[in-house]
Structures are given as C-alpha cells and as structure tokens.
Write a protein that binds this ligand. Structure first.
Ligand code: ADP
Ligand code: ADP
Length: 225
C-alpha cells in the first residue's frame, strides 16, 4: 500500500478572479513504503502547493489524498491535524528552528507535545543528532550554528516523531553547493537508515539522481523524467 497517494489533484488560487492561477491540473503520484522520490520542477510550477496538499497543510480543489491507503478527504480539521502530526515530517529550505531553544530542545519539544516522556525524547534527539554528525552541537542555539548545521538539526526535528512520510521542499536550497551536497548526503543516510518514505522537491538533478525515482511537475501534472 502506498504511504502517500495523490490522485488527480486539482488546485488553483484566486479562482474566478482576474488574478486566477491554476497550479495543479490532475496531478497524481504514489510513494511506496521505503521509496524516496525526487520531485523536479522549475520555480513557480507548484511544488510547494503539491507538498502542502500531500502533507495536509492545504486542501485540494479536486482529487484524492490518501495516507497509507486511508482517504484524507472529509476529515474534520482536528482529524486532519492529528493525521498530519502522526504521518508527516516537513523540511523546508529555511530551518524554522525556534531561536530561543537549543538544538536538542528543538528536537525534544515536538516529542513532548506528542506525549513522549522527557527521557525518551532526549535519548531520541541525541541519537538523531549523532546520526547527522552534529552530536557536539546539542546545546547550541540555532544562531550559533552554521547553515548546514541548522539544516541537519531541522532534519532531526522533522523525524523526531517518527513520521511515515517525509516531505521536503528544497531542503538544501539555501546552502552553497559543497555544503548542500554534504548535508543532502546526511539527509539521505538518515532516510535510508530509518526506512522512511519521502517526496523531496529539488532543482538539483545531481541530488535527484540519488533518489529511487525522479518525477517532474509539468503543466500541473506529474510526469516521469
Ligand atoms: P513552487 O514551489 O514550484 O515554486 P508554488 O506552489 O509556490 O510553486 O506556486 C505555484 C504558483 O501558484 C505560483 O505561480 C505562485 O505564484 C502561485 N501561488 C502560490 N501560492 C499562492 C497563493 N496563496 N495565492 C495566489 N497564488 C499563489
Ligand atoms: P505541532 O505539532 O508542533 O504543533 P503543527 O501540527 O502545527 O506542529 O505543524 C506540523 C508541521 O507542519 C510543522 O513542521 C510545521 O512547521 C508545519 N506547518 C504547520 N503549519 C504550516 C503552514 N501554514 N505552512 C507551512 N508549514 C506549516
């Protein structure tokens, strides 16, 4: 069963107004368990819109979203939020870490909010930090970390609650090319080790080639490369 299935997704903004823009025109994709899929498209093609719909942060105008075979249509707002928290980890181009908390705390807090005990949350956070090579930065605040280190910590936070699906929007897009390659490698190692399924948007074809499958967003539909 697909961890994520998008079927015929339609999405536009400002419908019926002069500023109307139709972004998705029947976009379909299935991500299998353990599969890592690259989503390649020029900027403005609708990658963020698609990822937000897949991750239940936004609703489609038409089509079907399923997580693990369960239809996400018709859920209450509360049930959608619960499904999102249980199913999905997000990573963005910018880290969005809480500035007043340490790296460790940024990974612990979402777990406490999810009912995990403090000791288990801290052990898991330290393990994740070690896996991405920043164990020595646990006590640092985001502003005390390099851009690459900030993104590594953001990866740990996204995986803190053991989501089934990782959705990433240009996860190393704000880093210089050499750092981007290293940090992306750390992300891929982490994803492979945890057996996570992922849909990762990137402009970088070298990075895309490291994934199991590459798809393209073209004229509002998903096509093979
Ligand atoms: P990408 O992530 O591929 O750059 P987006 O999904 O952010 O693309 O945006 C796709 C298109 O939809 C763009 O033309 C963008 O300007 C437009 N768009 C995105 N969000 C909104 C919004 N909230 N209101 C109006 N237009 C939007
Ligand atoms: P929490 O469970 O910590 O309260 P939420 O359920 O609000 O978090 O959000 C889950 C994930 O979705 C977080 O990674 C958060 O950064 C992201 N997120 C929440 N709302 C938005 C939004 N409007 N746009 C982009 N990302 C969002």
């Amino acid at each position: 069963e697909a961890v994520l299935a998008l079927d015929g997704i339609e999405k536009g903004y400002n419908r019926g107004k002069p500023s109307e823009v139709i972004v998705l025109r029947g976009a379909s994709i299935a991500v299998a368990r353990g599969e890592v899929v690259a989503l390649v498209a020029p900027s403005g093609a609708g990658k963020s819109t698609l990822l937000h719909i897949a991750g239940l942060l936004d609703t489609a105008d038409g089509g079907r979203v399923a997580h693990g075979g369960r239809d996400m249509g018709g859920l209450s707002d509360r049930a959608r939020t619960e499904a999102r928290r249980a199913d999905v980890g997000f990573i963005y181009q910018f880290h969005h870490l809480l500035p007043e908390f340490s790296a460790l705390e940024n990974i612990v807090l979402p777990q406490l909010a999810n009912g995990v005990s403090a000791s288990v949350a801290e052990a898991r956070a330290r393990d994740l930090l070690a896996r991405v090579g920043v164990a020595g930065r646990a006590a640092h605040r985001p502003a005390q970390l390099s851009g690459g280190e900030q993104q590594r910590v953001a990866f740990c936070r996204a995986l803190a609650n053991q989501p089934k699906l990782l959705l990433a929007d240009e996860p190393t897009g704000n880093l210089d090319p050499a750092t981007s390659d290293q940090v992306f490698g750390a992300l891929m190692d982490l994803v492979r080790e945890t057996g996570l399924s992922a849909l990762i948007a990137t402009h970088n074809l070298d990075l895309a080639a490291q994934m199991d499958r590459v798809v393209r967003l073209d004229q509002g539909r998903i096509v093979g490369l």
